[in-house]
Write a protein that binds this ligand. Structure first.
Ligand SMILES: Cc1ncc(COP(=O)(O)O)c(C=O)c1O
Length: 423
């Protein structure tokens, strides 16, 4: 009907994250409406943890019963970089957690961390008028978050490095960064930033801190930022079963989110970066959103002040997911063992298990479709390789499965997966 711009075509012509969110929304709605059984093991929705929901309810009532606070929270725009008072509190809390001297100027609040990545990935990729180059974002290890895949405005803005695959047990493996390849790629001088999620969505990998230091040194000496996505990581929600602690240092951009605490509806992302970067994000936010929403800031302010956010993360959220991870892993071993050739990435954290089916007659897309037709939603692996320019068998042989749903849903989903793979 209309002629659309390249920008629109690039962003509206279907994407992995779009398919995932459609499955999540439509699948759940259909299940509610038709009262049919489904297993939603596809999306990254955090679990509804009953004790956390009680805490959220109490906070909601507390905010609602304070008319002065309510008027500010709902009735006033914040500054584009976020409420100063909230950034001051965050600076104190995060300075301790990240072993850094942070000020409110190091912090920018965004409408969810997804939009933070849209701004960041497009800030460090694309044409650079000043030196006539086209810069790319380097993902030093893949698979990597599906939500980055389609975020760049310009095509071919991403490049990534195939990992080393290390076997850790009979049916377990871990991905490792291939630093020789990373250094070789950086030496081509067209990389604008290095980016990774930690824990990694989808593999559940937590890149070891020694590797993070090495990545930081590579980025720093190349005068490019190291962007670290802590959506599931330290210090909150800390869905990490091995240590995910990380210092902030100049030149680093660390991104946090309130979503995986169980608050995705608040749409609150937090960027910690050098003041120049944080200020540029504020400028961009004013164009895109005027200002970020205030509710998330008011919601967690006291929990940052009194450290309860760490307590909730370490004492409620992390053990909850650890138990879920163990449950799904033992069920998978029980259902797949000896019937199917399979490998599972070590579960260091996040909400997912990354399953590899080498030499199977079905590829990951076919497995996805067969499961979907039986009401089991997973995510096909091919969507998790942003910018990969070489062949890697895992791209078509893996699926991501979310273990945050109820034991009944996970049980049903894994049993159907096992029967699809064995048939
Ligand atoms: C690795 C990772 N980063 C960022 C996000 C974006 O989350 P939000 O926009 O809710 O903060 C997600 C969401 O699932 C994610 O998995």
């Amino acid at each position: 009907m209309f002629s659309y711009s390249d920008f629109n075509n690039k962003l509206s012509k279907g994407s992995g994250i779009g398919e995932l969110m459609l499955d999540l929304g439509n699948g759940l709605e259909q299940a509610h409406r038709q009262k049919i059984e489904i297993s939603m093991l596809g999306g990254g929705n955090p679990a509804h943890i009953p004790s956390m929901e009680e805490i959220f309810k109490a906070k909601w009532n507390e905010l609602g019963n304070d008319p002065i606070l309510l008027a500010r929270m709902l009735g006033d725009y914040s500054a584009p970089q976020g409420l100063k008072e909230f950034r001051e509190i965050l600076a104190i809390y995060l300075s301790k957690q990240l072993n850094a001297k942070l000020t409110p100027d190091h912090i920018a609040i965004t409408q969810g961390s997804q939009s933070a990545f849209f701004m960041l990935l497009n800030s460090f990729s694309g044409e650079l008028e000043s030196n006539k180059t086209f810069q790319k974002i380097l993902f030093p290890i893949v698979p990597e978050y599906i939500g980055y895949l389609d975020q760049s405005i310009k095509r071919n803005s991403f490049t990534s490095i195939i990992p080393i695959v290390e076997k850790t047990a009979k049916h377990r493996f871990v991905y490792k960064i291939n630093f020789d390849l990373v250094k070789d790629r950086i030496s081509k001088r067209d990389i604008g930033a290095i980016c990774l999620s930690r824990p990694t969505n989808p593999s559940g990998n937590i890149v070891p801190s020694s590797d993070m230091v090495e990545l930081y040194n590579i980025a720093y000496s190349s005068k490019i930022p190291l962007i670290v996505d802590n959506a599931y990581g330290y210090p909150f929600p800390n869905i990490a079963f091995v240590s995910a602690q990380l210092e902030w240092k100049p030149g680093m951009i660390q991104v946090f989110s309130l979503s995986k605490l169980g608050l995705p509806g608040l749409r609150t992302g937090i960027i910690v970066a050098d003041p120049e970067v944080a200020s540029r994000i504020g400028e961009m936010s004013s164009i895109l959103n005027l200002a970020p929403g205030n509710v998330g800031s008011f919601f967690v302010e006291n929990w940052l002040n009194n450290g309860q956010i760490s307590q909730f993360s370490n004492e409620i959220i992390q053990p909850f997911y650890k138990e879920k991870s163990n449950f799904a892993l033992s069920l998978l071993d029980e259902c797949l063992n000896e019937k199917v050739e399979y490998q599972i990435h070590e579960s260091h954290g996040a909400l997912f298990l990354w399953l590899h089916f080498p030499n199977h007659k079905l590829n990951s897309r076919q497995i996805y479709n067969k499961l979907k037709s039986q009401g089991v939603f997973v995510v096909a692996g091919e969507n998790f390789f942003p910018g990969l320019e070489v062949d890697f068998s895992h791209k078509n042989e893996c699926i991501r499965l979310t273990y945050s749903r109820s034991p009944e849903e996970v049980n049903r989903g894994i049993k159907i997966l096992a029967s699809v793979l064995a048939s």
